[in-house]
Design a protein around this ligand. Structure first.
Ligand code: IPE
Ligand code: IPE
Ligand code: MG
Length: 244
């Protein structure tokens, strides 16, 4: 595979185990075409399906996609309503994809803010794909890195109060185990299309040593080739983790 690259010890550098994608630029994609923003979101959802399948096919173990942030509630009601309808429709359609591809789906974020119907669908998808042994697909919806860490702090405080743990037990591993991504490796690579150069509250704790790759193109235009390019660039990076 072209992205396999020999490192100095002669071993092959592996693919990233975990890729995060900030699926940004749907609105601008639509605007460029004189279409309503909703058309961009629709095109973005179609592209998500394509890229998720591709990641599974090439052997990515974990894929985390950012679909809706805790700050996206600041958008006009009409856009939020459209996005919620799109999530419902998408989840119904994608159930068969997940089965076919043996993908295990998890949702990262606070589900309580969604409609009863959407919450039910989320539970169904998580339950029905739980036994799947292929790629883990994390869908970050009503997700915020700060909110995630705050929730972890609360859970740890309750355990402390109930004397399940002692202060000495609080360490980085324990914090990680209280995040939505508990038990998963941190993302090796985070990709953001759209031209924005920021994380926008995505995986704040987990991204401490992620390699960041930004693309100057909009999410609905992000192709399998672009993903290959990102993986290639990732393989050329020297990850030091503070060492030399
Ligand atoms: C990302 O695209 C989708 C969501 C945040 C839900 P945007 O809607 O942010 O698109 P731009 O950034 O306005 O182009
Ligand atoms: C980040 O994109 C969130 C998602 C892609 C779901 P935004 O469009 O919300 O981010 P900002 O506002 O440009 O930082
Ligand atoms: Mg945006």
């Amino acid at each position: 595979m072209f992205w396999m690259k020999k490192n100095t010890s002669g071993c092959h550098k592996a693919l990233p185990d975990h890729i995060g994608i900030i699926m940004d630029g749907n609105g601008r994609w639509a605007k460029k075409r004189g279409l309503p923003r909703s058309a961009g979101h629709k095109a973005g959802a179609i592209n998500f399906r394509k890229i998720a399948k591709y990641c599974s096919k090439i052997g990515i173990k974990y894929l985390t996609v950012y679909a809706f942030s805790t700050e996206n509630w600041n958008r006009p009601e009409e856009e939020i309503n459209y996005l919620m309808r799109l999530f419902e429709q998408y989840l119904k359609e994608a159930l068969s994809d997940f089965e076919e591809e043996n993908i295990k789906v998890l949702f990262l974020g606070d589900k309580m803010a969604f409609s009863a119907n959407l919450q039910k669908l989320i539970d169904e998808v998580e339950k029905s794909s739980q036994k799947n042994t292929g790629m883990v697909l994390n869908i970050a919806m009503n997700y915020g890195g700060r909110q995630e860490v705050t929730e972890a702090v609360k859970k740890i405080a309750v355990e402390l109060e109930n004397k399940k743990i002692k202060i000495e037990n609080i360490n980085e591993k324990l914090v990680s185990e209280h995040l939505y991504t508990a038990g998963q490796p941190d993302p090796d690579l985070i990709i953001r299309p759209s031209g924005e150069l920021r994380l926008s509250n995505f995986l704040l704790w987990q991204s401490a040593y992620s390699e960041l790759i930004f693309f100057n193109l909009l999410w609905p235009d992000f192709s399998e080739k672009d993903l290959d390019r990102a993986i290639d660039e990732y393989a050329s990076r020297n990850r030091r983790f503070g060492g030399i």
